[in-house]
Design a protein around this ligand. Structure first.
Ligand SMILES: Cc1cc2nc3c(=O)[nH]c(=O)nc-3n(C[C@H](O)[C@H](O)[C@H](O)COP(=O)(O)OP(=O)(O)OC[C@H]3O[C@@H](n4cnc5c(N)ncnc54)[C@H](O)[C@@H]3O)c2cc1C
Ligand code: FES
Length: 256
């Protein structure tokens, strides 16, 4: 009897991980190129760790699901910060309130299981890569030594009032240049953003011990079985959806 109860509890807990859940778009703030959206449904996961992501499919367009980092999860719902230029992301910007999305997750290893807890970190986000870092700063303020959120234009300033953005077209400064101004030896870095930004970090900080980068790839299964998101690391092949998305920069020779 007890076993059955435990099985039922486990099935409920695993439900959102292995089966699609319906979530409604219940709130949205928009800029020209970005959206901050809230999705809610009775079984949509909200108990999530920093750095985890969900797979989302637009219910009326069952294309391959897309991965989105979680900005926050609470009773209000699951909050995402997305660029609005792709097939699914564009729907976040244009679909009417109440539109249903299919959601599965959360997936990925929590940042706190990858990083060293011995130091503080400068968070470096580029574009929509800010999403997991905003989650991090909220959950672990004591681990944050500084923040850099790089954007080309002022477009998303009103969407992210909680942080100061480094806007390239304002002062001509890019995220890695701002980082160079505030980084000091011994301070760690957690970065999430486009690959060119991560490559610049690889050039500058590849030999530093506490530098971590969050990687993106086309995600298929999201649960580590299809191997479609595998990357080469110093420790062998690893999966972005399972061992990642955060990796120590020193373990990624191709990025240094
Ligand atoms: C772990 C993880 C976390 C992520 N977190 C986020 C997040 O928080 N926010 C976020 O916005 N993204 C995030 N991504 C990235 C996102 O999953 C991908 O960009 C995804 O492809 C977006 O899906 P889409 O259908 O909206 O865009 P897609 O249609 O897949 O297009 C992706 C990009 O390619 C461009 N593109 C599409 N078709 C063409 C074409 N024919 N020619 C030229 N360019 C084209 C689009 O403009 C867009 O920039 C994450 C990815 C991973 C792996
Ligand atoms: S997406 Fe299938 S193993 Fe990562």
């Amino acid at each position: 009897m007890e076993d059955k109860t435990n099985d039922a509890m486990r099935a409920t807990q695993c439900g959102s991980r292995f089966f699609w859940q319906r979530g409604q778009l219940i709130d949205r703030r928009l800029s020209a190129k970005y959206a901050r959206v809230l999705l809610r449904g009775p079984t949509v996961p909200t108990d999530v760790e920093v750095g985890q992501f969900v797979l989302v499919r637009y219910s009326e367009d069952p294309c391959l699901p897309r991965a989105f980092s979680i900005l926050s999860g609470s009773d209000l719902g699951l909050e995402l910060f997305v660029k609005t230029d792709g097939r699914v992301r564009e729907k976040f910007a244009t679909a009417p309130m109440g539109t249903e999305f299919d959601i599965r997750g959360p997936y990925g290893t929590a940042y706190r299981d990858t990083i060293s807890s011995d130091c503080q970190y400068i968070l470096v986000g580029g574009g929509s890569g800010a999403a997991p870092l905003l989650h991090f700063r909220k959950r672990y303020p004591h681990l944050v030594a500084g923040e850099v959120y790089g954007f080309r234009t002022r477009d998303p300033v009103d969407l992210l009032p909680e942080v100061v953005l480094t806007v390239e077209c304002d002062g001509g400064q890019r995220a890695h240049e701002r980082l160079a101004e505030i980084w000091t030896p011994g301070v760690g870095i957690i970065a999430c953003g486009p690959e060119p930004m991560l490559r610049l970090l690889g050039e500058g900080y590849g030999n530093e011990p506490h530098v971590y980068v969050s990687l993106e790839a086309r995600i298929g299964c999201g649960i580590g079985t299809c191997l479609g998101c595998s990357i080469e690391t110093r420790l062998g092949m690893q999966r972005i959806c399972r061992e990642g998305p955060l990796f120590a920069l020193k373990d990624l020779p191709w990025l240094r």
